[in-house]
Design a protein around this ligand. Structure first.
Ligand SMILES: C[S@@+](CC[C@H](N)C(=O)[O-])C[C@H]1O[C@@H](n2cnc3c(N)ncnc32)[C@H](O)[C@@H]1O
Length: 385
C-alpha cells in the first residue's frame, strides 16, 4: 500500500484525534511533533485535505533511501527526481528529523545547472508555505531521517490545504461578531469531524448536528461543508438572524442543499418542539465568560459558568438521541496562582448520562486570557430516565 506523510497544524493533538475519528482503520505512526506517517489506499487520501480541518499538507513517500546517504548523494537523488518530473523545475525542499545536515535549495539548483538545465525555487517554512504551494505549480520535496527504521524518506507534496477557502468562510460571511469571540473555522471543523467520526463508528444514517450557542454559525457552516443537516439556536436574536443569513450565503456560495434551522432559545431551557427530530451530534462553543477577566473576578466567573454549563447539559438531554456525541468547549484560565477550569463538572455530568471519551484537549491562542478545552462526551439517555 502507498505510504504518506501528514503534517498537522499547530494543534497536533486535536488534528490527530480528528484523523483517527474519521479514519479508524488507518494507523498513524508518530515521527515529529506535527509529522506522522500512514499507509492507505490512494482513493481515501484524495479527499483528506478538503475534509480535515487540522491537516496542513500530505506528502507521498516516493523513495525510501539508506540512512547512510551523504548530503551529496541526497542532492543527486533530489535532482534526478526533479528532472524526471518537469521541464523546468520550480521547487522547494525541506528536511525534518534529527541527524539532518543542511541542504539548501541553492545546492539543488546548482546541481541542476551543472546538468545544463534551468530551475527556480522558493524558500519558506514547511508549515507556512501552504499558501504558496497551494497557489503555485511548484514541486515541494521533503526528506525525513527515520532513525528508528534507519531509513531516509524522500517525499513529494500531494495536497495542501486551501487557505483561501478557509479564509473566505472566516472573513466573507455576511454576519460576524468578533466581540463575542468566534471559533476559528478549522477548530470548528475538527470538532465536527471528531463528533461525526465517533458517531459513525457505532451508528448509520444521516446524523443531525445541533449547536445550542450558535453565535455566528461557524460550527454549522463547517458541518454544512461535511453535508450534514444542521440546527442551531442562540439567546441573542441578532445571532439568530445573523446565523440564518450566514447559512443562506453558505448554501449559495458552496451550492449546498443541506437542511438547516436556526431558532431563538436559551440553551438551559430547550424545547423539543423546535426540532424536526432529536440531534445525534452536539457541537458547540458556549459563552466562555468575558474575554479578559481580572484575577479577582475569576472565582465568581467560573462559579457562574459551571452553573450555566450544568443547566445546559441537563437541557441538552431532552433533545439528544441515545448514543449522541457531544463536542464542547470548556473555558480554562491560568493565573500565576492557580488554574480555573470546569474539570470538576466532568464527574457530575456522568450522573446525567454524559461520559467523557478522551482527555480534554487544550486549544490556546497566543495571548488569549481564556483558553479553550475541547471536551468529548457520549450521551446515553438510559442512565437518565
Ligand atoms: C462564544 S459565542 C459562540 C460563538 C460561535 N462559536 C461562533 O463562532 O460564532 C457564545 C454564544 O452563546 C450565546 N449564549 C450565551 N448564553 C446563552 C444561553 N443561555 N443560551 C443560548 N445561547 C447563549 C451568546 O449569545 C453567543 O452568541
Amino acid at each position: 500500500m502507498p505510504k504518506f506523510l501528514i503534517l498537522f497544524g499547530n494543534t497536533a493533538l486535536l488534528s490527530k484525534l480528528e484523523f483517527e475519528a474519521l479514519y479508524p482503520n488507518l494507523t498513524l505512526e508518530p515521527l515529529e511533533d506535527q509529522l506522522y506517517a500512514f499507509e492507505s489506499e490512494v482513493d481515501l487520501v484524495e479527499e483528506m485535505i478538503d475534509v480535515l480541518g487540522g491537516t496542513v499538507k500530505i506528502f507521498t513517500i516516493v523513495k525510501e533511501l539508506a540512512n547512510t546517504l551523504t548530503n551529496e548523494e541526497l542532492v543527486e537523488e533530489i535532482v534526478a527526481f526533479l528532472l524526471a518530473q518537469s521541464k523546468e523545475p520550480y521547487f522547494t525542499f525541506s528536511q525534518i528529523g534529527k541527524g539532518q545536515r543542511e541542504i539548501s535549495n541553492a545546492d539543488i539548483k546548482d546541481l541542476i545547472k551543472e546538468n545544463g538545465k534551468k530551475a527556480r525555487y522558493f524558500s519558506s517554512e514547511l508549515s507556512e508555505s501552504a499558501l504558496l504551494s497551494h497557489h503555485s505549480e511548484a514541486t515541494e520535496i521533503l526528506s525525513y531521517r527515520h532513525q528508528a527504521e534507519d531509513k531516509l524518506l524522500l517525499a513529494q507534496l500531494k495536497s495542501v490545504q486551501n487557505i483561501d477557502d478557509w479564509t473566505k468562510r472566516d472573513r466573507s460571511k455576511p454576519y460576524a461578531d468578533r466581540k463575542k469571540g468566534m471559533l476559528p473555522p478549522k477548530v470548528a471543523r475538527m470538532m465536527v469531524n471528531i463528533a461525526l467520526g465517533l458517531w459513525k463508528q457505532k451508528n448509520q444514517g444521516q446524523p443531525l448536528l445541533y449547536d445550542p450557542f450558535c453565535g455566528t454559525g461557524t460550527v454549522l457552516l463547517e458541518a454544512g461543508m461535511r453535508n450534514l443537516d444542521v440546527c442551531g439556536s442562540d439567546i441573542d436574536q441578532n445571532a439568530v438572524f445573523g446565523t440564518r443569513d450566514n447559512l443562506e450565503w453558505f448554501k449559495q456560495e458552496y451550492n449546498k442543499t443541506i437542511q438547516s434551522k436556526v431558532f431563538y432559545g436559551d440553551a438551559s431551557h430547550l424545547d423539543l418542539a423546535n426540532f424536526s427530530r432529536k440531534a445525534d451530534l452536539l457541537v458547540t462553543e458556549p459563552f466562555l465568560g468575558k474575554q479578559t477577566p481580572l484575577d479577582h473576578e475569576l472565582a465568581n466567573v467560573f462559579r457562574g459558568l459551571e452553573k450555566m454549563y450544568l443547566g445546559s447539559f441537563k437541557s441538552f438531554a431532552k433533545v439528544l438521541n441515545n448514543g449522541a456525541i457531544v463536542a464542547i468547549v470548556f473555558p480554562r484560565v491560568e493565573t500565576s496562582k492557580r488554574t480555573y477550569s470546569l474539570d470538576g463538572l466532568i464527574d457530575k455530568l456522568k450522573t446525567k448520562g454524559y461520559n467523557l471519551l478522551v482527555d480534554p484537549v487544550l486549544y490556546a491562542r497566543e495571548g488569549a486570557r481564556v483558553a479553550r478545552q475541547i471536551c468529548l462526551f457520549s450521551f446515553s439517555d438510559k442512565d437518565n430516565i
